[in-house]
Structure formats: C-alpha cells, structure tokens
Design a protein around this ligand. Structure first.
Ligand SMILES: [Zn+2]
Length: 170
C-alpha cells in the first residue's frame, strides 16, 4: 500500500498532535482509497474525542455517519479512509493492544509520534519509506501509516509519500 498525504492534511496531522500535547489527538483521514494506493486530502480532528494520556475514545458511529453524509453531499469523490491519532508515549511503528482492538482491514491508520525534541534532526524517510521523521523547534515527530488488505494476515506499515514543505528542515 502506498499512501500519499497531501500538504494540508500533513500540516493538520502535525498541528493536531502539538495542539493537545502531551495528550493524544484523534481524527479522521478523508480522501481516496483503492487496492494499493490511498491519497489523503483531509485530516479532521475529532472534537468529540475524550482524550486521556494513553488512549482516546470517541463516539465513532455517530461521527462517521455525520461526516459520511456531508461528504456524499458535497465531496462525492472523497470518503473516510481511516483514522489518525498521536502517540506521546509509544512509537509510531508500534501498535498498542488498544490500537489493534479498534483497527479494521481496508482502513488507513496514520500514527503521529510526537515528543519534546532532544536534538535537531533533518526530515527524512527510513530506508523502506514507511516512516517519516524529523524535528521542529520544539518537537520530534515520527509518522507512520498502517494498513491491512483483506487477504493480509496482519497490519503492515504502508509506504508514505508526504507533501512536506521545503521549509521543514528541522
Ligand atoms: Zn495508538
């Protein structure tokens, strides 16, 4: 699976994560998804989320219903392709038991690991392009997206293509 994160969605992921830090944020990712490519156009923070430090709860079904209905009306080519949330005590490339309990196949799950920066590092992908990490003045970020195809046995890290602005140099 290849996941493109368009620039506005990318910024919303970062902004949502720092806005509630050290609590964890949660939201929807909206865009397009087919068998092997997803394009994330929007990342929308849940205001109904009940945030605690180690996990986040929200009324998933009513939120999905309302957002889906608005998308059908005004953005018929886009749909809810999955969720995002931040990790402030765990890595982006580690799924917690709570994560796994709520994850379903065929959905994209973006995790933004955010922590206070210890040293500056430039923004870069790992060798498999499944993790994007880097720093801002205050924070260290590591971003991953998880996906499980219907014929897959487990969730895997997807290849990430983020539209990062050139100003992000750490
Ligand atoms: Zn998690």
């Amino acid at each position: 699976m290849k996941i493109y994160v368009l620039e506005n969605a990318f910024w919303n992921l970062l902004l949502s994560s720092v806005e509630v830090y050290p609590k964890e944020c949660l939201g929807l990712v909206i865009g397009a998804l087919n068998d092997d490519v997803s394009v994330i156009h929007h990342a929308v923070t849940f205001q109904t989320a009940n945030r605690r430090r180690r996990d986040v709860e929200f009324p998933r079904h009513s939120v999905h219903r309302n957002v889906r209905s608005l998308l059908e009306e005004f953005l018929p080519h886009q749909r809810i392709v999955g969720d995002f949330h931040s990790h402030t005590t765990a890595r982006a490339d580690k799924l917690s038991p709570e994560d796994l309990a709520t994850m379903e196949e065929g959905q994209v799950y973006v995790i933004i690991e955010v922590n206070k920066k210890r040293k500056s590092v430039p923004w870069r992908y790992n060798s498999t392009q499944t993790l994007l990490s880097g720093t801002t003045r205050q924070f260290f970020f590591r971003i991953a997206a998880w996906y499980k195809a219907p014929d897959d046995k487990r969730f895997r890290l997807a290849q990430l293509i983020c539209q990062v602005s050139p100003g992000l140099s750490g």
